[in-house]
Design a protein. Sequence first.
Length: 225
Amino acid sequence: MAKAKMTQGANRERAAQIYERLAAAYPGANCTLDYANALELRVATILAAQCTDDRVNTVTKDLFERYQKPEDYIQAPNGELEDNIRSCGFYHQKAKTIKSACTTFIEEYGGQVPGTLEQLVRLDGVGRKTANVVLGQCFQTPGVIVDTHCRRVSQRLGFTKHDDPQKIEQELMKIWPRETWTQYSHFLLHHGRRICKARGPACSRCVVYDLCPFPHTAQGKKIAE
């Protein structure tokens, strides 16, 4: 299997098997940011840039009690919002981005977070990854979320050879059933963090070892040694 070039149909069948095994291994896999609505999730994704989700969740626990509407962020006194998000890093720019987003929500969308990919990617600081997170979690619109874990694990599984996130997204959309896009992305994130790590993948403990080409590659064999 590892040496043969797989057809798209074969990849779909293998992807379905991998999905079932990852679902059994990570039954609670979901978005790792805490939120109660689309506004909170958008704010959390802004804070998560170059910051751990655990730190963001610690900060937003109090932040979301203090600021509950777009107007609350916009009307916050100068420096107050920055102080409240300081520990997430890059707090000056992140505060500006939050206020900019909230201004757009009010001026263009009646105070709501928009619910289409086209609308979301027009917002300040929103790429396809963030847009797909918001769509999948808050609008029940499936989307492939290509973060660093999704990219790495998808490459090792032989689903893509690309490095460009948008090309990876397009390839995975052809292989994964549409209804699984969001959940499959969460599975790969959890698997990438726990087992298929960047420097030291634990292939011997991997539930999809026999379905993965990576252990049979030169790089995989070297790591196994």
